[in-house]
Design a protein around this ligand. Structure first.
Ligand SMILES: Cc1cc2nc3c(=O)[nH]c(=O)nc-3n(C[C@H](O)[C@H](O)[C@H](O)COP(=O)(O)OP(=O)(O)OC[C@H]3O[C@@H](n4cnc5c(N)ncnc54)[C@H](O)[C@@H]3O)c2cc1C
Length: 599
């Protein structure tokens, strides 16, 4: 096999200048090492190697301009964590609170198991689960025979139960695969064939007239239309928070701002993990760390894949803008590999959404949006809505697909470490497949820990939070009589009451940062961006949590809203310097400082 791989390498890289080496491990995993001229070469080579016969997967240690995807242990944090000692102990430790980790936590919370979820972000859903299209794909855009295809179709069907139990917004209204002219005439047919092989229910061709009747805002007449009625739409963050809240209600402990930096394995058996806050003992580690899952696998001594970050950029438009309700492909004017091509749709809350594109990058944390990303998104979408301009975009963001070089999900028990389950490579359609992934991991957990016994008091229902502005006047009046805090509007731009903010702080996964509150109830998301309501929200967080003003954060570890009170600092040091140093984030600045000075 080495000979074959060396030939392949020589076809991609000038090995006299760039000595790239492939090593084949006993388990069929190929490790690529050396320097490459550019990242595109590394990506193409690793994909080609992954397609070679008998290759289980690829570890990409190639470097480019001194950067690579090789795992480097965080020695300082490992030492720090070990020195801090054990702060929790559980049967099951889940790493990562995205839709996958939270879904697994909720599924396992049915059983008599002690479960903790460790998440390095300051809230759940801080990875790609909050930065996606929110489509519950039907399963006709995935390669038949893959695990992705199987779990996509199964997961899609399970979403009705999730939506009714967990009470998140869910619209099952279908999607289209279109061809516009001769050049893309095969697009709907490919969807049809894949859908048939994957057993997607209800798919059918419809006439362009019926299509235009269903989607009155579409300005072009397609040649052929494939309709997939099972496609649905959700908000990835809302699904994740609902899962996490329900898991927490059923006894799962979530430790936020807790980064796993090592996995303790003794004689081939997992004993727990080391985090930057101390150690957690446990019998089973479930690795649901998104794009960092390959690093967690390396920590456990069982890395057999590299996750290569593939960025996708999405553009959002005002709700008033014209556009179809259901997803449909645009016409990519530049072919990009490993993407469904992006297109045009509406979010579950009604904003037109275009994209994404697909760009291989080397930095897993690079969420920048480049002009060429938006060129692609606009170029692809404008075939459906030619009247929409780039200046109509009200927000754009990037998400990172955690892809392995086999381009499939990796969900399996470790072959070398007892007590470790890989849930990696969960790129699109990971959100759609999430319920089926949770069920599959439930089975693997039973294989690891033995028969699981059901709890008698498991409660599948998570109550939807109150959205005061959407209630009828009678309901609003009743609620205000019960709790006057609902009658006190704090965020005037979005009409959010104090009652809703207090609810967000008191829910099973408490929202105690400005951004966590914004994500749940939209306070500070309006026109004033918190300039008016920020100081009130700060006060409410302090009152409800007992935090001091300088302990309240916007998001993340060190994003404090207030640096101190002006008077203390003013008295203590040179006045001009001190005034300048009292910094408050995101437009909350002057009011908050002034408030505390006069308080
Ligand atoms: C642009 C784009 C559009 C997409 N659209 C769709 C779509 O429409 N439909 C669909 O089905 N799928 C879609 N996807 C894919 C989908 O978003 C993902 O498959 C899914 O969200 C993956 O969830 P996850 O929980 O595995 O990952 P994440 O949400 O990234 O969660 C992993 C978590 O692990 C945490 N973590 C990482 N390392 C550590 C550590 N060391 N210690 C503690 N915590 C750690 C992270 O902070 C993160 O919160 C899209 C993806 C992209 C990029």
């Amino acid at each position: 096999m080495v000979k074959r791989l060396n030939k392949l390498i020589a076809r991609h890289v000038d090995t006299s200048q760039f000595p790239v080496k492939a090593t084949v491990r006993k388990d069929g995993v190929v490790v690529l090492e050396g320097e490459v001229p550019d990242w595109k070469t590394a990506d193409e080579l690793a994909h080609r190697v992954a397609k070679s016969k008998k290759v289980r997967n690829v570890i990409n240690h190639l470097s480019c301009d001194g950067k690579s995807l090789a795992y480097i242990p965080k020695k300082d944090l490992i030492e720090q964590g070990r020195a801090l000692g054990t702060f929790d102990e559980a049967d099951v430790i889940i790493v990562g609170a995205g839709v996958i980790g939270s879904g697994i936590a909720r599924e396992l919370s049915k059983y008599n198991l002690d479960i903790v979820v460790l998440e390095k972000g300051d809230d759940v859903s801080q990875g790609v689960s909050k930065a996606n299209n929110g489509m519950i794909h039907p399963g006709n855009a995935v390669i038949p025979g893959t695990l992705k295809a199987k779990l996509n179709v199964e997961g899609n069907a399970l979403y009705d139960d999730w939506a009714s139990d967990l009470q998140f917004e869910f619209k099952r209204i279908g999607s289209f695969g279109l061809s516009y002219d001769k050049k893309d005439r095969y697009t709907p047919w490919l969807g049809w064939i894949a859908g048939r092989l994957n057993k997607v229910p209800g798919m059918r061709f419809i006439s362009p007239d019926v299509f235009l009747e269903m989607e009155k805002d579409v300005e072009v007449r397609p040649r052929r239309v494939l309709y997939a009625p099972t496609t649905a739409y959700v908000d990835g963050f809302e699904v994740t928070i609902a899962l996490a809240e329900n898991a927490a209600m059923n006894g799962v402990r979530f430790h936020l701002l807790t980064e796993v930096v090592d996995v303790d394995v003794e004689e081939g058996v997992v004993r727990g993990v080391v985090t930057d806050r101390g150690t957690v003992k446990g019998k089973l580690v479930i690795n649901a760390a998104g794009v960092f899952a390959d690093e967690i696998a390396a920590m456990a001594g069982d890395q057999f894949y590299t996750l290569h970050p593939r960025k996708g950029v999405i553009a959002i438009f005002d709700k008033e803008k014209k556009g179809p309700d259901r997803s449909m492909n645009g016409r990519p004017y530049v072919y990009q590999k490993n993407t469904k091509g992006g297109g045009v749709q509406r979010t579950v809350s009604g904003n037109p959404l275009w994209g994404p594109n697909a760009v291989e990058i080397i930095d897993k944390t690079d969420l920048s949006v480049q002009p060429e990303d938006l060129d692609y998104v606009m170029g692809s979408g404008s075939v459906v809505c030619p009247g929409t301009k780039r200046t109509d975009i009200i927000a754009s963001f990037a998400g990172i697909r955690p892809a392995d070089y086999k381009e499939d999900f990796i969900i399996e028990r470790s072959r070398v470490v007892k007590g470790f389950i890989h849930v990696a490579g969960i790129q699109s359609p990971g959100l759609a497949a999430a319920p089926a992934i949770a069920k599959m991991v439930e089975g693997l957990t039973a294989d690891e820990l033995g028969e699981l016994t059901r709890k008698d008091d498991w409660n599948p229902i998570r109550e939807k939070p109150v959205v005061f502005s959407k209630l009828s006047p009678e309901e609003q009046e009743r609620l205000v009589n019960e709790n006057p805090l609902y009658g006190h509007i704090v965020c005037r731009c979005e009409t959010i009451s104090e009652g809703e903010i207090v609810d967000a702080i008191r829910r099973p996964i408490p929202a105690v940062t400005f951004d966590a509150i914004k994500r749940r109830v939209r306070a500070t998301a309006g026109r004033c961006q918190g300039g008016f309501c920020g100081p009130r929200i700060l006060e409410i967080i302090m009152r409800e949590t007992g935090l001091r003003p300088e302990e309240v954060r916007k998001q993340g570890k060190d994003s404090y809203i207030v640096a101190g009170t002006i008077r203390d600092r003013y008295d203590a040091a040179d006045c001009c310097e001190t005034r300048a140093s009292v910094g408050i984030a995101d437009g909350v600045a002057q009011e908050t400082g002034a408030h505390h000075e006069s308080a």
